[in-house]
Design a protein around this ligand. Structure first.
Ligand code: ZN
Length: 65
């Protein structure tokens, strides 16, 4: 009788959560960049942030990630 080895996945399961605004519970986001430099005429670098569109419409800046 052959011995069957059952491979167990060693990969860690990635935790998945739905991005939600803590203020308005909205799930629509836009990506903004802060501190972009123009190098040889091209926008380069900068820090990306996700902003809630719902709050942004009301003049609130809520960063999500
Ligand atoms: Zn919001």
């Amino acid at each position: 009788m052959a011995l069957h080895l059952i491979k167990t996945s060693t990969r860690k399961r990635k935790a998945t959560v739905l991005l939600e605004c803590p203020r308005c519970k909205g799930r629509e986001v836009i990506e903004a960049k802060i501190g972009v430099e123009i190098v040889a005429g091209k926008p380069t670098g900068g820090t990306k942030v996700l902003l809630c569109t719902g709050c942004l419409r009301e003049g609130q800046r809520v960063t999500l990630a």
